[in-house]
Write a protein that binds this ligand. Structure first.
Ligand code: 5RP
Length: 220
């Protein structure tokens, strides 16, 4: 059922893809469905920028030209999933480990459309899902200690290396009462490359699939 909802929301995102523009494409199982849908429009778009090697490979397999992120003059819209999203648009991403490139594409794109099934919509972020933090390998212990000092519980993602060659700490139990301060404090830890809490880079619109269909809401 969840896969059907992912497929539905992925299809509905096509309505947000403008013609003759470069499209930012995220990462994950929901986005895999979106890439297959986007293939039906491949002659109508100017190409795609991928947020991961996984998505790049799939985009190329379905015949969509993939542009280098540094060479793309403009990204009209970015389509990506999330692990948890609030109705405000604040969200947690990075379950698939692609958070840094995802945040870069989100920062460049004119518009970010988040596509999720209704199990991802939460009242408060972080109760169930950790915040993934991409970290320089040399800073693993230091970043872990700073997370513990913040009252949280960092867990090393065993055997995982990001597309940029770094490690991931999945951090449970962070305090979300002031999300902007949390964003700033995590970014300030030496050795942190990027974290999976999307605050400034949050989506503009969230498409949510449920058994009743797909609904769109604007982030506040
Ligand atoms: C990858 C992500 C994904 O968007 C997130 O993990 C959701 O994945 P899925 O669509 O497979 O549920 O942030 O880094």
């Amino acid at each position: 059922m969840q896969n059907e909802l992912k497929q539905q929301v992925a299809k509905s995102a096509l309505a947000y893809v403008p013609k003759d523009e470069i499209i930012g494409v995220g990462t994950g199982s929901t986005v895999d469905y979106f890439i297959r849908e986007l293939a039906t429009m491949r002659h109508d778009i100017a190409g795609a920028v991928a947020s991961s090697e996984r998505s790049k490979k799939l985009l190329e397999e379905v015949g969509i030209e993939v542009l280098d992120i540094n060479s793309a003059p403009n990204i009209a819209v970015y389509i990506d999933g999330a692990d948890e999203v609030e109705r405000s648009g604040y969200c947690i991403k990075g379950g698939g480990g692609a958070l840094t490139r995802e945040k870069i594409v989100a920062a460049i794109a004119n518009k970010f459309i988040c596509i999720v099934d209704d199990s991802k919509v939460v009242d408060v972020l972080g109760r169930d899902f950790p915040v993934a933090i991409e970290v320089l390998a040399e800073a693993r212990s230091h970043v872990g200690r700073d997370c513990v000092a913040m009252g949280a519980n960092p867990v090393y993602r065993e055997g995982f290396v990001t597309d940029s060659g770094h490690i991931i700490l999945d951090v449970y139990g962070l305090n979300f009462s002031d999300i902007k301060a949390l964003d700033t404090n995590l970014n300030a830890i030496v050795g942190v490359v990027c974290h999976g809490l999307f605050v400034s880079e949050r989506p503009n619109t969230i498409l949510v699939a449920s058994s009743a269909g797909v609904t769109a809401f604007a982030a506040t």
